[in-house]
Design a protein around this ligand. Structure first.
Ligand code: NDP
Length: 279
């Protein structure tokens, strides 16, 4: 019997997930189809009931549903409980199980470049939903975190959450500082750059060996990545995180190993098609 999966969000028309997952099913000869549905914030409960009634095997949720969906589920995995948010739901024996693959997806996307996490220093720019998942996953790997956010209270709140889970973290001003000289991994998680706008401060003086990642997925290279490259740092855009959160969702649903190479090719193909279309 054909299985059905989906991604729910608003906006959702630019999601690259259907192409990525469907390419994976094709590569392994799995009878499944991944759909994309626009679900407005007030309609999430109805949409979830609808997917269950239609026999969907699971789905992803993205902005703005990652936190609201929690109250509509029967149980959560430890990753979802820790993040306080869900990006993947599996239907198992009629039960709705919420999981979160964002943080672990990010970890997988940088592990080869970073070559070990223990006692290394990560600086996160931003303290929103994506930053939270990434920060908790990096802290679990043993990284020491420093979090800078425009609204300082939110950075401090995130530091407390990380400490509560046993991690090491501090908060600082959303500005250049001494942290630049001693950073192994810099992660840009704010929404700045989505519209190709410039970043509000320079990262001049950053340690040469740093890996700089911007998790934005609709630009090939944001302003901060351009600057980092010019300063001799290694850089990554947001496609790696998108790929591995999807691969981990696949493995949660279907078991076995996701065909990462084919999913990656499909993701990059769609990404460049879209860049050319934008001109
Ligand atoms: P949130 O709305 O939860 O957080 C937004 C963050 O951006 C906050 O820290 C906010 O700071 C900051 N911010 C927004 N505008 C500005 C500004 N003008 N100046 C400084 N800081 C600003 O969003 P998410 O965390 O869910 O998503 C953030 C980004 O991550 C998006 O671009 C999203 O597309 C991307 N993303 C990528 C993923 C991937 O797989 N690659 C997965 C998930 C998200 P403040 O607290 O002060 O408002």
């Amino acid at each position: 019997m054909e299985k059905h999966y989906a991604v729910l969000g608003d906006p959702i028309q630019h999601s690259l997930s259907p192409g990525m997952h469907n390419a994976g099913y094709k590569a392994l000869g799995i009878k499944a189809e991944y759909h994309r549905f626009r679900v407005k914030p007030g309609q999430l409960a109805q949409a979830v009931d609808g997917l269950c009634a239609l026999g969907f095997s699971g789905w992803n949720v993205t902005i703005p549903h990652k936190e609201p969906i929690v109250s509509l589920l029967d149980s959560l995995t430890s990753e979802a409980r820790r993040a306080g948010a869900v990006n993947t739901v599996k239907i198992h024996e009629g039960q709705r199980i919420g999981h979160n693959t964002d943080g672990a997806g990010f970890v997988r996307s940088v592990e080869a470049e970073l070559n070990g996490f223990q006692a290394k220093k990560a600086v996160l720019l931003g303290a929103g939903g994506a930053a939270k998942g990434i920060a908790l996953a990096l802290a679990e790997q043993g990284m020491e975190l420093h979090i800078l956010n425009r609204t300082p209270e939110k950075a401090k709140e995130l530091v407390q959450v990380i400490q509560r889970w046993g991690g090491t973290a501090t908060a600082g001003e959303f500005a250049p500082g001494a942290w630049l000289e001693d950073v192994d991994l810099l992660v840009q998680t704010t929404s700045l750059g989505l519209l190709n706008e410039s970043f509000p401060f320079s990262i001049q003086g950053i340690s040469k060996g740093a890996l700089v990642v911007d998790i934005i997925v609709n630009q090939r290279e944001t302003a901060i990545l351009r600057e980092a490259k010019g300063l001799g740092c290694r850089t990554q855009n947001g496609l790696g995180m998108l790929l591995y959160q999807g691969a981990l969702a696949w493995e949660f649903w279907l078991g076995g190993q996701a065909p990462v190479e084919e999913m990656s090719q499909a993701l990059k193909g769609q990404f460049f098609e879209r860049l050319f279309a934008k001109g």
